[in-house]
Design a binder for this molecule. Sequence first.
Ligand code: ATP
Length: 594
Amino acid sequence: MNKSYACNESDQPLEGAKARLEELKESLYQRERELTELLEAEGSPVPPVPQPPCSVLLPTVIHKAHAVCSAVAETRALLDQMIEENRVALIEARDKLDSLQTSKEENNGREDKSTDQERLDEYESSLTLLQETVRGFEVSQLALDCIKTGESPEINDCDAVSELEDILGRGTIQTTEGVKSVGQQLLLLQDQLKQVKEENKKIIENYTSERAMRKKYYNMVEDMKGKIRVFCRIRPVNRTEVAQGGAVAVEKIDDYSVTVETPRGQREFQFDKVFSAEASQDDLFHDTHRLIQSTIDGYNVCIFSYGQTGSGKTFTMVGDKEQKKPGIMPRSFNAIFDLMRENSNKFDFKVSAYMLELYNDRLQDLFASPAGEAHAQSQSHGPSRRVEIKRTRKGVVFAQGAETKEASSAQELYALFQQACANRHISATKMNVESSRSHLIVGIMVESRNLTNGSVSTGKLSLVDLAGSERAAKTGAKDHQLKEANSINKSLSALGDVISALSSDLPHVPYRNSKLTQVMQDSLGGNAKTLMIVNISPSECNLEETLTSLIYATRVKAITNNVQRNVDSKEIAQLKEVIMKLRSGLTVEDEDMI
Ligand SMILES: Nc1ncnc2c1ncn2[C@@H]1O[C@H](COP(=O)(O)OP(=O)(O)OP(=O)(O)O)[C@@H](O)[C@H]1O
């Protein structure tokens, strides 16, 4: 009683605090009950229990390690090696553990066991150590297997998993060879993989630009050697071909190669550039433009298109009818005058042109008389202005008897061209509704007088749109159309003979067999920089003609011209002018000879 009183006396503040604490506890419990009830009533999910870090970390680490091993062969090999070494080490450790356990049991069975307490303690500590070692190898095995398969370990062995997490985190797995931690190695390999990927990217970039550079320099060397360049252009599939099934037999492999599926297997052809059906007129002219510069510099240049009828020769050289997609010819006219403008402070330029058509093996001047009239005259054996192909001493071809007209702007030149085109022979064949029945030859001469030293260079740009190579049966030609087709085929076959002779280095080249080969004499094996564009259809139904054209074009690639610049010193240029004047019966003044 006294004691309790004493307590009441001395512990009064403590009692108060205890009571307060009890109150607080009760109120907290109350709040908790209320909250739980509230949550249950609202049906809110009970907040998730935070997952142990191992269940989040492990799948991530294993997934990443597996990705590295799958991507890098060396890592895969290293992993297999580690699995094997670990397996052997685990078996050895288990064997040792078994034998130690057996000898411990044997020792326990002995009568004098009390006398060897020291020995028993030794057994005990070795056993613990070995059990740890076995456990370590088991965990390593689990980790390595998971990395190999990419699957996370089953989380039922929490001890093993946390040990594994520990090991992966600390990176302390020991193999028999003392291989470094798996974690560290994987991080290292991840880094290496990143580096290798970056290096690969750089190597590919370098290779691509190197290849482009090599091609560029190769082209320059080939140009200097005078090699004829050949481009191949595949046109889009047209409606007729779609109606026939539209099967495609031609494919552009890269910028320089094209393959053709034939009944006897695939054939590959290499050219200086291959343009797919998607290539624009711009793309094509971009690679042709430098030849226009050569004309201004005083070289003879020839660009001609070759291919079966309807393969896109006129589209390439002239463009579409509405000139929404102009071809090489109108673009060249603009480029010539653009280049002249750029150089007008150093040179004085003069541009003149002739335009011819070779129809039924007869050369027609498209400026002088409408081709229809000339055609009628030729059929009735009436008189018409004769155009003859001649060559200068330097071997440059010119059309004697053909009118040459001067042009002072690209527009003027284009107007002359339109006038000439209106006179061309065009008719519908089964293969092409607007088929060129003649070869069109446009010659543009650019004379540049150097304002500093007075030297004069004369470049000639020959632009040739050949008539289509075709088989008469396929074109549905009759009567005079059959005559046209035969004449076209005859001239193209003569062109083929010239190409064959030149590409095989034969001593005799049969230029004189056709007017076409005479016109093109300085462009094939002569002193011109020449570009051939072989136009082909992509469709299986034209396979035979496509193969013939590609074989033809491959032969042309082997021809080397003897390219020379046409330049005369000031004095020679003056003397030439005097001769011209004298030939035309004009008087020569003293100042002409200064
Ligand atoms: N690359 C192309 N892109 C779009 N259309 C094209 C292409 N090439 C050709 N064509 C179209 O295909 C048709 C035939 O082309 P084109 O007249 O140029 O052939 P061609 O080889 O000159 O024929 P021919 O020898 O009979 O005169 C035309 O309607 C032309 O516009």
